[in-house]
Write a protein that binds this ligand. Sequence first.
Ligand SMILES: NC(=O)C1=CN([C@@H]2O[C@H](COP(=O)(O)OP(=O)(O)OC[C@H]3O[C@@H](n4cnc5c(N)ncnc54)[C@H](O)[C@@H]3O)[C@@H](O)[C@H]2O)C=CC1
Ligand SMILES: O=C(O)CCC(=O)C(=O)O
Length: 447
Amino acid sequence: MEAKIKAFMDEVKSRNGHEPEFIQAVQEVAETVIPYIAKHKIYNGKNILLRMVEPERLLSFRVAWVDDNGEIHVNRGYRIQMNSAIGPYKGGLRFHPTVNASVLKFLAFEQVFKNSLTTLPMGGGKGGSDFDPKGKSDDEVMRFCHAFMLELNRHIGPNTDVPAGDIGVGAREIGFLFGMYKKIRNEFTGVLTGKGRSWGGSLIRPEATGYGTVYFADSMLKTKGESFKGKKVVISGSGNVAQYAAEKVLQLGGKVSTLSDSGGYIHDNDGIDAEKLAFVMDLKNNRRGRISEYADKYDSATYHAGKTPWEVACDIALPCATQNELGGDDAKTLIKNGCICVAEGANMPSTPEAIHEFHEARILFAPGKASNAGGVATSGLEMSQNSLRISWSREEVDQRLKDIMEDIHNSCVEFGKDADGYCNYVKGANIAGFVKVADAMLAQGVI
Ligand SMILES: NC(=O)C1=CN([C@@H]2O[C@H](COP(=O)(O)OP(=O)(O)OC[C@H]3O[C@@H](n4cnc5c(N)ncnc54)[C@H](O)[C@@H]3O)[C@@H](O)[C@H]2O)C=CC1
Ligand SMILES: O=C(O)CCC(=O)C(=O)O
C-alpha cells in the first residue's frame, strides 16, 4: 500500500512540485482513500483520484484598479474550478497577500470533499486574489471588487459556479461583487452566497461556519458523554468563523479564553463573555482594528504579540484563523495540558505533524472539511431559497444546519472507525466525501 501511495504522490509532485499546500492536502487524502479504493473493486483501474487532483479549469487573470490617490495597481485574480461531478462549482473567494495557485488549489481540493459531505448538490471550487484589503478604504475595496468581477463574471453563474466569502471577503466585498455582476449581466440571480439579508441572503449564513464547527464538536463530545458546559475553550482567529464559534460556545455554556489575529493573541482570564464579544465584532467588522486593542480595553486580558494561543491550557481547541497555524509542538502542548477535543473551523489549520499527535493521543480531532462544512452547507441553503424565491426563518435554517452537521458526523463515524473503536475523523471525512464524487464520476464516464 505504501508503494501505491508513494507512486501516486510522485506523479502528483511531478506536476505540482512547487505547490506545498496543495501537495499537503492531497497527501492526506491519498493516505486514507487509496487503501479504500484498493478494497473496492468498482473504483479500481479508473484513475479517479488522479482525475480529482487535476482542476477541471484553472483561471488566472489581471485585476487592475485605481487607489484613492489616483495610482494604478495590478493584482492577480484566480478561480479554480476543481470538480463539478455532483453540482455547480461552489466555494469562497479569499483576498489576502499570501494567495497563490497552491493555496487556492488546496482549498478547492478540500472543498470538493467538504461539499460532498454536506449532502447537498455542490461541486468544489475556490478563488481569490493576492489583494490585501488591510488598510484600504471602502472606496478602494469597492473599486478592486468591481475590477475583479469585470473578469470573473464571464466564468460564473447560478448553475455554473457560485462563489462566496473566505478570508478577507465578507458582507462588504460580497455586496460590491454582486453589484457589479448584476450590472454587467443585467440579471438578479443567486450567483454569490453570503449576500445581504434584503437582497437574497440567507439568515444564519454569517453565523453558519462558526456555529457548525461547534455543533460538530458537540457531536464528537457526546460520543464520550461530554459537552461544552463548563469547558475552557481556546479559539484562534477573530474573523467571521472565530466570532460565531465563540458565540455558540457561550450559548452552550463554555468559557472562551482566547482570540487572535496575525499579530498575536489575547488571553482573557475571566473569559470572553457576550458583551466583550460584541466589542470584538465591532472592532473587527466595523473599525477593522487589531485584536491587541482588546487587552487595552479589558484589564482581565493580556496580549501576546507574535504568538499563537495553543500554549493556554484548555479542554477544547478551535483553530479558526488560517492554514498550518497549529504545528506538532503546539499539538503536544495542547495534549499535555489536558485538551480532549480539537475541531477545525479554519481550512487545514493543523499541520500533518499536529494531526499525527492528536491521533496518537487518541483525542477527538475533526478536520476542517468536516467540521467547518456548515458555512458552505448554509450557502447551499441560500442557493435553494434563491431558486425557490422564498426565505426561511432563522429557526428553520439553524435546524437544517444542525441536521447537516449531525449527518456529516455520522458519515465520518461510519467510514472512520478504527478496529479499536477510535474514530479517525480524517479518514472518515475523506472516504465519505470521496465515495459520492467518485460514484458520480463513474456514472458520467471519462470526461
Ligand atoms: N467564512 C467562511 O464561511 C468559511 C471560512 N473558512 C475558513 O476559516 C478561516 C477563517 O476565515 P474567516 O473567518 O472567514 O476569515 P476572516 O477574514 O473573517 O478572518 C480571518 C481571521 O484569520 C486571522 N488571520 C489571518 N492570517 C493569519 C495568520 N497568519 N495568523 C493568525 N491569524 C491570521 C485574521 O486576523 C482573522 O481573524 C479560513 O481558513 C477560511 O478558509 C472555512 C469555511 C467557511
Ligand atoms: O459558502 C461557500 O460557498 C464557501 C465556503 C468556503 O469557502 C469554505 O467552506 O471554505
